[in-house]
Design a protein around this ligand. Structure first.
Ligand SMILES: [Zn+2]
Length: 136
C-alpha cells in the first residue's frame, strides 16, 4: 500500500515529536572539542531523524525553540548518499512501527485489566442480586 507524500511527512512529524528512534549513546553535551553557540553556551550535539537528513549529526543552540534562540545551527556530517538516507529512513520507520505496536500492546493490556476488574464487579453485583432474590 503506497502512502502519499503528505501523509508520510505528517506521520514522520508525529514520530519525530515522540523523540529519536534510537537512544543517544552519549549526552547532547558529552562531546569534545566544545562548540560554542553565538550566545556563548556549549552547543547541543543532536542527530536528525528528518526525512531529508536521517542520522545526520548537527550542533544546535541550547535555547532552540525558545524566544532567546539565536538560530545557531551547524551540520557536523556531510550529507549522506541517497542510498544511506533511504536505508536509515526504512530503519527509523521500522523502529517507530515497533514502538507503535508496543504502545498498542500496553494500551490493550490496560484495557484488558480494566475489563477484568469491571467483570469482577459485575459478578459481585450478580451474586448480591441472586442472594436478594433467594431471600424473597
Ligand atoms: Zn545559543
Amino acid at each position: 500500500m503506497a502512502e502519499s507524500t503528505s501523509s508520510r511527512s505528517s506521520w514522520a512529524a508525529e514520530r519525530a515529536a515522540m523523540g529519536p528512534p534510537m537512544p543517544y549513546r552519549e549526552g547532547a553535551l558529552s562531546y569534545e572539542p566544545t562548540v560554542f553557540c553565538r550566545c556563548r553556551l556549549k552547543s547541543l550535539r543532536r542527530i536528525s531523524w528528518s526525512d531529508g537528513n536521517p542520522g545526520r549529526r548537527f550542533f544546535r543552540c541550547r535555547r532552540c525553540r525558545t524566544p532567546s534562540d539565536y538560530g545557531f545551527f551547524s551540520w557536523i556530517d556531510d550529507e549522506y548518499p541517497q542510498f544511506l538516507k533511504d536505508l536509515l529512513l526504512d530503519l527509523r520507520n521500522a523502529v517507530w512501527s515497533l514502538k507503535d505496536i508496543e504502545w498498542m500492546q500496553q494500551a490493550v493490556s490496560k484495557e484488558i485489566e480494566a475489563l477484568k476488574e469491571n467483570n469482577h464487579q459485575l459478578e459481585v453485583e450478580d451474586l448480591c442480586k441472586a442472594e436478594e432474590l433467594k431471600a424473597i
